[in-house]
Write a protein that binds this ligand. Structure first.
Ligand code: NOS
Length: 322
């Protein structure tokens, strides 16, 4: 029997990553969602290390029942020159804490095949929360013409809508990581919600929040206090702030509770070359252009424009300290 309180099934596509670790733990502490798998991708670390970290985080959480499917090692156009943000997250992606290797192994199935098969088995029921470059999602779209229809929603952390990027003034890191894949996802016709850094830069975990995490007895709070040191140091150096941006947790929360953000809707295209490679442009449909453009007849997506930041930070703190 359909049940209104049935948890929403989510797959987290992730490149752990310090804020990825926070988002994964947050999901595991959120009764509104059931994590049915993690799929891995390069971004904050290379894919092999992302898989190792995903398995490790599930072991820390005592949730080795959740499968991990390894994703692509190259971009959609088979590019191997990847931009890895180890300077943000530490060489191991998790704040250089010398964690032991995990015992678990990933599935034989690739991330894209896992996404395709799960969406096919549960049409309209699964939300993908995509926290890294969008290669796996684009591969799933290319692998199965029905995927965009079968997947319930794709909530993605990516883009810098009408603000500067964080890789360079044009581009946000996840879109810059694979702009071709991002353009495939944005134009696929799937139900997409993009949460960009125009929104996530408002959701800040302060030094005093970190102290509260440190003094909490919670298992996740203790773990995160350790790995957050490197993330704080990077923000202090790059942004001259004493807080850190909660990118991935904000996207995860938007998937759990859409009322945390307000959105606009329009066609999004991604610049795939030149000095603005990775730029996300939203066509808000306010003007009807006389001529056909690259934005004509493109399905619309939702783009987050505001966030209830105090409520988002409180949810992160309450759930991670529990
Ligand atoms: O300055 C940066 N350069 C590259 N990646 C970053 C930076 N800051 C954060 N992230 C990572 O990229 C995503 C948000 O764009 C987040 O997953 C974050 O961990």
């Amino acid at each position: 029997m359909a049940n209104e309180t049935e948890a929403k099934k989510i797959i987290i596509d992730t490149d752990p990553g310090i804020d990825d670790a926070m988002a994964i733990f947050l999901a595991l502490r959120s009764p509104e969602v059931e994590v049915i798998g993690l799929t891995t991708i390069y971004g904050n670390v290379y894919t092999t290390l992302a898989t190792r970290n995903a398995l490790h985080l599930l072991e820390v959480a005592g949730r080795t029942d959740i499968p991990v499917a390894e994703g692509s090692h190259v971009t959609l156009t088979k590019g191997t020159k990847l931009r890895i943000a180890d300077f943000v997250h530490g060489a191991d992606g998790l704040g250089n804490q010398n964690f032991p290797p995990p015992n678990g192994k990933p599935l034989e199935e690739s991330a894209a095949a896992f996404l395709v098969n799960q969406a096919k088995a549960n049409p309209g029921k699964i939300t993908v929360v995509a926290l890294g470059p969008l290669t796996n999602i684009a591969l799933a779209i290319q692998m199965d013409p029905e995927f965009a229809k079968n997947i319930g929603q794709i909530v993605l952390l990516g883009g810098a809508f009408a603000v500067n990027g964080n890789v360079n003034p044009a581009a946000e890191a996840n879109i810059f990581g694979d702009p071709d894949a991002a353009d495939v996802v944005f134009t696929s016709g799937a139900d997409v919600l993009a949460v960009g850094i125009n929104v996530t830069h408002q959701v800040v975990l302060t030094g005093s929040d970190r102290e509260k995490l440190a003094s909490s007895k919670g298992k996740f709070a203790q773990y995160l206090t350790g790995i957050l040191e490197v993330y704080f140091a990077y923000h202090c150096e790059a942004y001259n702030t004493k807080g850190v941006y909660l990118h991935d947790p904000t996207a995860l929360l938007a998937a759990i509770d859409p009322s945390l953000v307000t959105c606009t809707e329009g066609a999004v295209r991604v610049q795939t070359s030149g000095i603005t490679r990775g730029l996300t442009i939203l066509y808000n449909k306010q003007k009807r252009f006389g001529e056909i453009t690259e934005w004509s007849n493109i399905p619309t997506v939702k783009v987050a424009v505001t966030v209830d930041a105090p409520r988002a930070v409180k949810l992160v703190m309450d759930r991670l300290m529990a």
